[in-house]
Design a protein around this ligand. Sequence first.
Ligand SMILES: C[S@@+](CC[C@H](N)C(=O)[O-])C[C@H]1O[C@@H](n2cnc3c(N)ncnc32)[C@H](O)[C@@H]1O
Length: 467
Amino acid sequence: MLQKNQVHIDKILALGINGEGIVKKDGFVIFIPFCLLNEEVEYKILKVSKKVAYGKLIRVITPSENRVEPKCEVFTKCGGCQLQHLKYESQLELKRDTVKDSLKKIAFLDLEVPIANKSEYEYAYRNKLQLPIAEVDGETKLGFFANNSHRIIPIKNCPIHPDWSSKIIEVFYNFIENKGLKGYNEEKGTGLLRHLVVRSVNGKLIITLVLTKNALSCKNDLIKALKENFDDFTLYFNINSKKTNAILGDEYILVYGNGYYEYEVLGIKAKIDARSFMQVNDYVYPKLYKKALSLIGDDENITVIDAYSGAGFMTSLFAKKYEKAIGIEVIKEAVDCADALAKQNGLEDKMENICANVEDVLPKIVNNLKKADKKIVLTVDPPRKGLDRFSIQTIKNSGIEKIVYISCNPASLARDVGLLTGTLTYENGEIKKVENPNFDYKITYIEPFDMFPMTKHVETIICLEKV
Ligand SMILES: C[S@@+](CC[C@H](N)C(=O)[O-])C[C@H]1O[C@@H](n2cnc3c(N)ncnc32)[C@H](O)[C@@H]1O
């Protein structure tokens, strides 16, 4: 019988969707992070539940030929990356397999899936750094949270960010030490510095220092230290006095610079400031958006409904090319960004941004467009939990000819695609397999994109067309 603290030696039979190694033993499936396929490993059992157990890798006895040296000193301790020990080409294959297996196991769809579309940069790709600043054993440290916890793992650099990140971490460490500043203590609610958030826009930095109150008397020294190290930056304070997990508060104070940088991508102009939302990998998201455009097609005489539209970047791309684009997004600030994009790009007449829940407004929008005899293409880019069942029903009833689905979670994507194609159905509140599906929609395109190298995450684009 498998028990906690036992040590075993076994061969890894498969990799799970989080990139962890899988072993089967005594009727249990055991998940062991940081192992690779076919490796023989020694591991310790940490937790045993009904049929599943979790182990910790002690040593690799026979390493896989795909094993490589991780670049990061705190890989395995920090919760950010899961795959630095796996050769990049194999990461792309693993992401392909994750998407393919999810569609097969969850939606009973056996499809050819290409290898994930790679990121030009495997490391140094993130344009946004977000670090908690906290009191650790009486000292102020910058770092990342350990996996599933709020324990800080102090860092000096993070290789999935470009060089500017280690430089800025050093500037802040020196500044904090020279001034004797205190990091936030979550339990007591004490300390002044809470988070450092930095975004790079074409190499220019938008720096936001999150404080518990507007009381950093030595701000001119901070500006001086930053000027000595960076040619082009703007600095904000953000005030977050609440005892919550939210990183940012509502109040922003512009401290240095003009507060924003202009940015242009795929012909869309944007003013990026500390509040703007941007995808984190500049080397991948333009490829994904271009693919969405090419899947929607060249007929310009259509209306695109862009559901879960975020800050409206895709909506504006669609509005530029097609007759009209309607974005639906629940967060007011994101809709304000989308309205600003429409204005900056002269698209006010062709781009409508609706602040609402998709499930509440989609039926009416579809009905109105159908009454007006408009050709509709629907794009959806939902959060991890995927589409809700009412939206799926609306889509199925609507007869929309083409759906382009962008997903950050292969499991919810597979469920939704199963429900849309008809291999799955809801019965008495449960999702069931359909024995002889009608295939209301067929999948005409599928491609994973590696937006987040070194991590388990994968973006997938799928095109569904009415049969
Ligand atoms: C993955 S993001 C989409 C990002 C966007 N397409 C882009 O490329 O920038 C999902 C968005 O859906 C929004 N959202 C979540 N649930 C929603 C709902 N029920 N109705 C409308 N929007 C929702 C979130 O606020 C978030 O902005």
